[in-house]
Design a protein around this ligand. Structure first.
Ligand SMILES: C[S@@+](CC[C@H](N)C(=O)[O-])C[C@H]1O[C@@H](n2cnc3c(N)ncnc32)[C@H](O)[C@@H]1O
Length: 814
């Protein structure tokens, strides 16, 4: 995408506006009471063409062309005496010889119609040589416009202005043939548009040929859809009936619509309009349902396919909701044309049309502040380009894979029959996600605020479509795990978990120093002499030393009773086990730092709250001689149980369950997330506002006793808010949870960093919710993460009382 081009065009247009009638706009503004509302239209149109130059033999496919325009119009005046905006303006006088760029010809119908345009045009070109053809390849823009190709195809070189009588029919025919082949539009439409333009420009071919026939192609593609014209016509009639005073305006409208009706713009293949998040969901659904054969819904967008429409081109319509101050629409047609359209209605008299460059900049700033993580080269224009490219890509696939994908994206839950609109479109490969610009892309908590995650902010109805990875409801891990982990929503409301990046292994965020090196593993800490399954050997190998000379696992892959009992005891009866206290605790130190610019006057950290001395499992690893199937390698082999992410019945949001009974001591999954230093985690927590949501980070402090005085940045945490695995769905239960998190050493004997693995504390029935004790200190008011009101239901619940009176510490402590 050529952003400079956008800016240049935008600036040129400012120039054009200044000459073509800003005074008129301002005068109209000064009589604003005469205008009932203003409308801001934004169009991004794109088209796909497979075409062949007549003589060169160059076949170009696909060609993507995006043009965007931003212009405002005003609704018809209410008084016959009022100054009216031009509904069907006379064409601009043809440019005279020697006129400068500021008198350039109009590029869109909107501009031609007298609306005040600020135009940005972006073209993308691509070509493909047909093997065996002789012509030299040219990018589309050049090929389409080149003098050689033009003359080869029957065009004559640029000439002086010609009068109507001098225009050769042959030349017109050549242009029509050329554009018909190039962009796949009916000859009649090309011909009509060419005739119109020739008249407008006094048969000056220079303006028509300029900029690669841009004016002509724009005129063709910007012809209004006759269906819309019909609608407006009908509305015009209604207005006339409603208010006789508008007769004058309606006459004008009628003239325009009749001329629009002459065009035969292809019926749209699909039209998408966003839902408005208000109480009219049901009405919107009803409306959509009435106009559609079948319907499925995208986050914030209702999509319907009019399969029963008699149109031989199998038109599809995606339609919905009408009453909106802002609306957004995508129309696609089989000819390979598309149009993205945003309309904003305002009654504000102070409305000032922003220029396209400013809009892009503002949108980029909003995206950044909303989504926090954006690619460095993100641009709003690129987003539009991506949408177009996505449609082109999908359109170019053969129908067979498309059918297969459509089968895959049909969710297991009943999205289709409910009026409340689901928020995410499911797809294994791609998805269009419709979100409010004010909503967060990534967040974990769907219930602490009592709201469903992903719900759109109703402060703006403006929708942003973004192509981005979404959940596959058949496997939330997207194939990253050994087993598929489906998303189960038993309530049939179509809600899905908020988006996040699924990762099966921990990944360092930035500064965390995780030193994984073979040289750090001493010979005494591995079993390089072993072979096959260490558990099958007559004597435990060196890797069992960490667990007192006995392996923590049985031959069945479960934790030994003894090991599990002692871990559970450490968790539930901490007073019976040693705890280590830091002289200066990194956890408390970071609180001071974090508070340094706030109202806090603290200079000394609080005393250490203590860290448990927890048992570690030590698994065999790459420096060992045993095989991958060794019984002392359980956690590193990943998830094997049939887990499911499911929507809980209460207000806890999503949870995790197993479709099968689980024995005591079974490995479920490890807690996977970003590895952060304490400082990074604190910064992150502070930056996330109180209303933003979290999964609960885990502090890796299980073995601090062996570390002596810990440096700040050696204190690490795992945060699954943005990147994580299924463990981020495990809900908390005070004290008697059915899972326990146990530290596991795999790649490094250095216990700054380790894995946190969940094992069952007892036998678990199929579909019983899996829980673990976050060990949240609900009374810690200093922590920036506001804790939830605990709904664990345990008789030992320690969160339900304290939450009402304080912010609680929400960092999980091991
Ligand atoms: C790690 S996430 C667990 C998955 C979460 N339920 C979800 O839908 O994404 C932690 C969040 O789940 C909710 N949660 C977990 N356990 C809870 C409990 N016992 N009572 C109430 N809410 C709980 C809280 O909103 C908390 O912020």
């Amino acid at each position: 995408m050529d952003c400079n081009r956008v800016v240049r065009d935008s600036q040129q247009n400012k120039g054009a506006i200044s000459k073509s009638g800003p005074g008129a706009v301002d005068r109209r503004r000064s009589v604003s009471p005469l205008f009932s509302s203003r409308r801001l239209d934004f169009h991004a149109s794109f088209r796909l063409a497979t075409w062949q130059l007549p003589s060169s033999g160059l076949c170009c496919s696909p060609v993507l062309f995006i043009s965007t325009s931003l212009f405002s119009t005003r609704s018809p005046c209410k008084s016959p005496n009022a100054v009216t905006p031009r509904q069907n303006p006379k064409p601009r006088p043809p440019p005279r010889n020697g006129e400068t760029l500021s008198r350039r010809p109009p590029r869109t119908s909107a501009e031609a119609s007298g609306a005040s345009p600020r135009l940005a045009v972006v073209s993308l070109g691509g070509y493909r040589r047909v093997p065996g053809r002789s012509a030299a390849g040219e990018p589309w823009g050049e090929a389409r416009l080149s003098r050689s190709s033009a003359s080869n195809s029957g065009f004559v070189p640029r000439t002086r202005r010609m009068t109507s009588s001098k225009v050769s029919k042959q030349r017109c025919d050549a242009v029509v043939t050329y554009l018909h082949a190039a962009i796949g539009v009916e000859r009649k439409i090309v011909s009509q548009a060419l005739d119109d333009l020739l008249k407008v420009y006094d048969y000056n071919w220079e303006h028509i040929e300029a900029d690669d026939f841009r004016v002509l192609t724009d005129a063709i593609f910007d012809k209004p859809d006759p269906k819309e014209a019909q609608k407006r016509k009908a509305k015009g009639k209604k207005d006339r009936n409603d208010n006789l005073n508008t007769d004058y305006c309606n006459k004008k409208l009628k003239v325009k619509h009749e001329s629009e009706d002459l065009t035969t713009f292809e019926a749209p293949l699909a039209v998408m309009r966003p839902l408005v998040q208000d109480s009219s969901h049901q009405r919107a659904y009803k409306d959509a349902h009435m106009t559609s054969g079948t319907q499925h819904a995208v986050k914030g967008v209702s999509v319907s396919h009019e399969r029963d429409m008699p149109d031989p081109r199998r038109s599809q319509a995606i339609t919905n909701k009408k009453v909106s101050s802002t609306s957004f629409e995508v129309a696609l047609s089989h000819s390979g044309t598309g149009k993205l359209s945003f309309t904003y209605n305002s009654t504000s008299p102070d409305f000032n049309m922003p220029d396209m460059e400013s809009v892009c900049k503002e949108m980029e700033a909003r995206f950044l502040s909303t989504y926090k993580f954006l690619e460095p080269n993100f641009s709003f224009m690129k987003l539009l380009q991506d949408i177009c490219q996505c449609i082109v890509d999908m359109g170019c696939e053969s129908s067979a894979p498309r059918e297969r994908r459509m089968v895959q994206i049909i969710p297991a839950v009943d999205f289709l029959s409910k009026p409340l609109v689901p928020r995410v479109l499911q797809s294994n490969q791609t998805a269009i996600l419709n979100m409010s610009p004010n909503s967060r892309i990534i967040h974990g908590d769907i219930c602490s605020s009592g709201a469903i995650a992903g719900e759109q902010n109703s402060s703006s109805n403006m929708q942003v479509i973004a192509k981005r990875p979404a959940h596959d409801i058949n496997d939330i891990s997207k194939g990253e795990e050994n087993v598929s982990i489906p998303i189960i929503n038993g309530s049939s409301n179509g809600i899905l978990p908020p988006p996040f990046h699924y990762i099966p292994f921990n990944i360092t965020f930035q500064n965390a120093h995780v030193n994984i090196s073979l040289s750090r593993i001493g010979d005494e800490s591995c079993c390089s002499g072993c072979f096959g399954d260490c558990l099958a050997a007559s004597l435990p190998c060196a890797c069992a030393a960490e667990t007192g000379g006995n392996f923590a696992y049985t031959r069945d892959g479960l934790l030994t009773e003894e090991f599990l009992d002692s871990c559970i005891s450490m968790l539930r009866e901490p007073e019976k086990h040693p705890t280590v206290y830091c002289k200066i605790c990194p956890n408390e130190l970071v609180n001071i730092k974090g508070n340094s610019d706030s109202r806090s006057t603290k200079v000394n950290p609080d005393p250490c709250k203590g860290h448990p001395i927890t048992k570690f499992i030590k698994e065999c690893w790459s420096k060992c001689g045993c095989s991958r199937n060794c019984g002392n390698r359980v956690v590193q082999r990943g998830i094997t149980r049939p887990l499911q992410v499911f929507l809980t019945k209460g207000k806890k949001g999503w949870g995790l369950q197993s479709a099968e009974e689980l024995p005591r001591g079974a490995f479920i999954c490890e807690y996977v997330g970003e590895i952060l230093t304490n400082n990074e985690l604190y910064e992150r927590n502070v930056q996330m506002t109180a209303n933003e949501t979290h999964t609960y980070p885990v502090n890796l402090d299980a073995d601090w006793a062996t570390e002596g005085v810990l440096e700040d940045d050696h204190s690490l945490s795992l945060d699954a808010t943005f990147y994580g695995n299924v463990a981020r769905f495990i809900n908390h239960r005070c004290f008697d949870a059915n899972l326990i998190g146990i530290p596991v050493e795999i790649e490094t004997p250095d216990h700054h960093y380790y894995h946190l693995a969940f094992f069952t504390t007892r036998q678990i029935e199929p579909f019983e919710e899996l829980t673990w004790d976050y060990r949240i200190d609900f009374n810690d008011v200093s922590h920036p993460i506001k804790a939830f009101k605990c709904l664990c239901g345990s008789e030992y619940c320690r969160g339900k009382r304290s939450i009402s009176r304080s912010k609680s510490r929400a960092l999980v402590l091991l």
